[in-house]
Every structure is written in structure tokens, then in C-alpha cells.
Design a protein around this ligand. Structure first.
Ligand SMILES: NC(=O)c1ccc[n+]([C@@H]2O[C@H](COP(=O)([O-])OP(=O)(O)OC[C@H]3O[C@@H](n4cnc5c(N)ncnc54)[C@H](O)[C@@H]3O)[C@@H](O)[C@H]2O)c1
Length: 504
């Protein structure tokens, strides 16, 4: 039995390779692809799950029961600790601190130390030019004590196992902070979507589901959008899941288009949730929406809707950015006009503002003089390297993990208020929960009911975190972890801890 993480990993890959050879020996065929055929060979619409397919996707499905069981075994908490995964280790420092604050039973920390299970796969797809390419992919179920795991799928060239597991860890806490009956999960594919054609992207999205279908399910692991997985990607995934399971409306995937069982209000839910949290705190933070200035990093789903909502509320959006660059105008931008320009030209560079607009570097945006900084793109954008140059009084973390743990401590000491990701961006998963509920009941809500529910959740939980922050003298992040951990610990302890066996 392998002992170290590296050994476990290598062992798993050898196991995959063995299955690959075994599958070929058993007669898995290499199938032609072309128009109407998607993925690296497998025939589509295969509902039986029988071993009739070649390619890694088929193998993963075939091998899944062995792999899942094997990985679960190798992640036994009685095994020696694994070598560090840098991001996850750092994220876990918040858990350790919250456990110490609450005097939580050691069994709880032990349970949350590692993901419950992580599956890796190689997605082999046919490219438009006829070649085949393999993309590394993962799906992690971190902890499911409060319910089925829930989390998005990220398509990005820098996605790694460490990132996926860390994002799943954060999802565990986010769902608890929002008081949802879910645990935390996450998935990712190492891919630059901009380098793929639409049909290649469709094949990849479907191949992801094919590889992980046995791992997911409405009562097991529920998928959602994340970076570079928009509504159409989610629709392909949901369609593929329907085909595999034979269920026409799979509620194992949320963020679906409306016509495909989606919910009203999901598109801007993450941004709206952050907006509700900020608006709830703005009085306490001394922010006057008619005077306050905002810089937003990332102009995708979350960044754009955040800009729109804040702008409509009176805030002045003085800077915006995307992966291609950033723009600054002290007199502010109308996000609708910027989006229109982006649609026309493919970039927000050159978009009109209300005054003297100039292009700036992405780094410069973070360091601008403004009241509220909204990172809505990637992790680790604010680190010890640039922390001293951050001038915003308030940071609304719409991205996951945009402030490194060291910078987080340093900024909190300087008096910067950071509304942490596990609270600020929990609006998305909150409305995803409503989609899951509506799919189950078959009764669909109107927009005002969804918004009222979201506002209620965001205000209730923001108030709880703010109260802990003040009463226990914690940073907002520490308070959010304490708040979430209390709920997770209750769910763990309800099933019994060592104390039951000690007769305590
Ligand atoms: N979509 C959701 O519902 C949701 C929910 C919770 C958290 N989040 C988090 O919010 C963040 C954004 O997600 P999204 O759904 O808006 O993704 P998206 O793919 O729609 O948009 C991402 C944006 O970030 C920009 N970007 C990428 N690299 C950048 C860089 N180096 N500098 C500046 N901008 C850069 C992209 O150009 C794009 O505009 C992610 O961290 C995601 O995990 C999203």
C-alpha cells in the first residue's frame, strides 16, 4: 500500500495505465469521430454504461468503482500525513485557527484535513484538425457531512489538483456559511478555452461528464459553472448527463439555461449576493454609495454583474479589467457601455468612460486609490509582494481566494476590511440550491421570490459574521470560518466523535 502522497499518486496513475491496457486487451475499439461524434472515440448517447467504449473517458467510467474505493482507502486519516499541497495547506490554516477559537473536538479537524475523495481523469478528445489531445481533469468531493457536495467546474490552463482541492475546501465552508444542505466539491480541466473551437469545447465539456458521471448525482455531487464554464458549457454537460442517466432533466448540474430547468436569477446571483452583503454593511463601513469609488478586477460573469449592480446603486466604477488589460477613469464607467464595447471589439480596452479614460496595467488596478476593491478573477492577486500598495479601505472578495493568507493578516492589521469569499460570493451557490430545489419539486419560482430569498440569506449570514467579528474581535474572514465551522462541526459531532466511545 503506498504511503506518501507522491506514491499514492504514482500508484493511481499506474493503476489507470493498467486499466487502459486491460481495456484494450478486452476489445475496446478505437472509434471514428467526426460530425455528430463527440469526444475521443466514444459513441455518444451511450446510456448503458457498458464497456463498449474506448478512450480514457470510457475507461474512467469502467474503472470508477475501483478508483473511487481505492482513493478513499488511500486517504484514510490514519495514514501518515501527505506532503504539502501549498494552496490547500495555506487554506487549512483558517480551519486550524477556527478550530482553536471554538475549542472544536479534534475529530472535526481530522475529518476536514483532507478531501473525502478526488478523482482524476485524462479527457481525450478529437480536435477539428483530426488530431487527438488529452486534457487533465479532476473532480473533488471535499466533505459531505451537511449534504451532497456542490461546486463548479473550472476550465483554465493553470488548474491543478491543489487548486481543485482547495476550491472544494472553500466550497465546504461557503455552503455552511450560507446554511445550505450541501458539502463542498469542485472540478477543473487544465485547458485554455480561447484556443478551442466551439465544437472542440463541446466535446471537452461532454467528455468531462462522461469521465465523472458515476462520481456525480443530485444526492452525491452537484456541478455548477465556474471560470470559463458559462451557460452553454453547463447545458452541454447537463445534456450529456441526461443522455448517460436517461433522466431528461438532471438536477445534478445547476446553472443550466432557463429552458433546460435553470432558475431565474442564477446568472447574476453571485454578484447580487456580494452586492447584498456590501449594501448590508455599507453603513457600518462608512461607505456612502453616492460618493464611494470601486475598482473591479475581472469583467466576466461576476465582475460585470457586480459592476452593473453597484453602478445602479450609485457607486462610481473607476476601473475595470479582464485578462487582456485594464481601464481607468476617475469619473467612472457605465458597465453596460463597456460590455457593449467588449462585445463589439473583443476587449474592454478603448471602452468609453465619463471623463479621461486611460489604459493601465492589471497590477495597477489593484493598487488604485478607491474605496472598494472587488477582485473577481483569480486567486492570489494580493500577496505580500503588493499588499503595501493596496489603498482600498474595503475588499469585497468576489473571486475565490484572491488575497493570500499572509496578505490577509497584514491588511487586517492595517484596518482594511475584507469581506471574505466564503461569504461574499456565496450568492451563486445559494441560488444554485434554489435551482436544485425547483428541479426536485417541479415548481418554478419567479424572479422576485428568488431575489428575496437571496437577500434574506445574504443579510442573515452577513449579520451573523459581522456580529462574530465584533464580539470575538476576529477579522471578517476568521469570523466567517468560525460561523461555518460551527455548523459543520455540529453535523460531524451529531454522528459521533471519540467522546461517545470514551463515555464522556
Ligand atoms: N460564476 C459564479 O457563479 C461564481 C461563484 C462563486 C465564485 N466565483 C469566482 O468568481 C471568479 C470569476 O468567476 P466568473 O464566473 O466571473 O468567471 P468568468 O470566466 O466569467 O470571468 C473571469 C474574468 O476574469 C478575467 N481575468 C482572467 N485573468 C485575469 C487577470 N489576470 N486579470 C484580470 N482579469 C482576469 C477574464 O478575462 C474574465 O473577464 C472566479 O474566481 C470564480 O471562482 C464565481
Amino acid at each position: 500500500m503506498p504511503q506518501s502522497f507522491t506514491q499514492v499518486f504514482l500508484h493511481n496513475y499506474k493503476f489507470d495505465a493498467f486499466l487502459c491496457i486491460f481495456a484494450r486487451a478486452m476489445g475496446g475499439k478505437r472509434l471514428k469521430t467526426g460530425a455528430g461524434k463527440i469526444g475521443g472515440g466514444p459513441p455518444r448517447r451511450c446510456r448503458s454504461g457498458k464497456w463498449t467504449q474506448a478512450g480514457f473517458g470510457g475507461i474512467t467510467r469502467f474503472a470508477f468503482p475501483f478508483l473511487a474505493g481505492y482513493r478513499a482507502m488511500t486517504q484514510d486519516t490514519t495514514a501518515p500525513d501527505m506532503p504539502p499541497l501549498p494552496m490547500l495547506d495555506k487554506a487549512r490554516a483558517n480551519l486550524r485557527a477556527a478550530c482553536d477559537r471554538l475549542n472544536i473536538h479534534p475529530d472535526v479537524f481530522e475529518e476536514l484535513k483532507w478531501p473525502r475523495e478526488t478523482l482524476s481523469a485524462s479527457l481525450l478528445i478529437r480536435m477539428d484538425d483530426g488530431s487527438r489531445r488529452a486534457f487533465k481533469a479532476w473532480r473533488c468531493r471535499y466533505n459531505d457531512r451537511r449534504g451532497p457536495t456542490k461546486g463548479g467546474v473550472r476550465f483554465h490552463p493553470n488548474v491543478s489538483l491543489d487548486e481543485v482541492e482547495t476550491l472544494a475546501f472553500w466550497m465546504t465552508f461557503k455552503c455552511a456559511v450560507a446554511n445550505l444542505p450541501f458539502g463542498g466539491g469542485k472540478g477543473g480541466v487544465c485547458v485554455d478555452t480561447k484556443a478551442l473551437s466551439a465544437s472542440e469545447l463541446e466535446r471537452l465539456s461532454r467528455a468531462y461528464i462522461e469521465a465523472f458521471a458515476p462520481f456525480v448525482g443530485p444526492d452525491r455531487d452537484i456541478l455548477a459553472p465556474d471560470m470559463y464554464t458559462n451557460g452553454i458549457v453547463i447545458a452541454w454537460m447537463a445534456d450529456e448527463y441526461s443522455a448517460i442517466t436517461g433522466a431528461p432533466l438532471p438536477n445534478a448540474i445547476t446553472g443550466k439555461p432557463l429552458a433546460f430547468g435553470g432558475t431565474v436569477g442564477r446568472t447574476d446571483a453571485t454578484a447580487r449576493g456580494g452586492f447584498f452583503a456590501l449594501r448590508y454593511l455599507q453603513g457600518s463601513l462608512g461607505l456612502d454609495p453616492n460618493k464611494a469609488t470601486v475598482a473591479i478586477q475581472g469583467f466576466g460573469n461576476v465582475g460585470y454583474h457586480c459592476a452593473k449592480l453597484l453602478h445602479a446603486d450609485g457607486y462610481r466604477i473607476v476601473a475595470l479589467s479582464d485578462s487582456r488589460g485594464a481601464i481607468h477613469d476617475p469619473d467612472g464607467f457605465d458597465p453596460l457601455a463597456v460590455m457593449e464595447h467588449k462585445h463589439k471589439t473583443g476587449t474592454l480596452l478603448g471602452a468609453p468612460g465619463h471623463g479621461q479614460t486611460r489604459e493601465i496595467g492589471n497590477d495597477e488596478l489593484l493598487e488604485l486609490e478607491c474605496d472598494v476593491l472587488v477582485p473577481a478573477a483569480l486567486e492570489r492577486q494580493i500577496t505580500p509582494e503588493n499588499q503595501a500598495r493596496i489603498k482600498a479601505r474595503v475588499i469585497l472578495e468576489m473571486a475565490n481566494g484572491p488575497v493570500s493568507p499572509a496578505a490577509d493578516v497584514w491588511l487586517a492589521e492595517q484596518g482594511t476590511v475584507i469581506i471574505p469569499d466564503i461569504l461574499a460570493n456565496s450568492g451563486g451557490v445559494t441560488v444554485s440550491h434554489l435551482e436544485w430545489v425547483q428541479n426536485r419539486s417541479g415548481f418554478y419560482w419567479d424572479a422576485s421570490r428568488v431575489r428575496d430569498h437571496l437577500r434574506n440569506v445574504m443579510e442573515t449570514e452577513t449579520q451573523a459574521v459581522w456580529t462574530l467579528h465584533n464580539e470575538m474581535g476576529l477579522s471578517m474572514r476568521e469570523a466567517a470560518y468560525v460561523h461555518g465551522l460551527r455548523r459543520i462541526a455540529e453535523a460531524v459531532e451529531a454522528r459521533g466523535t471519540q467522546a461517545y466511545f470514551d463515555g464522556a
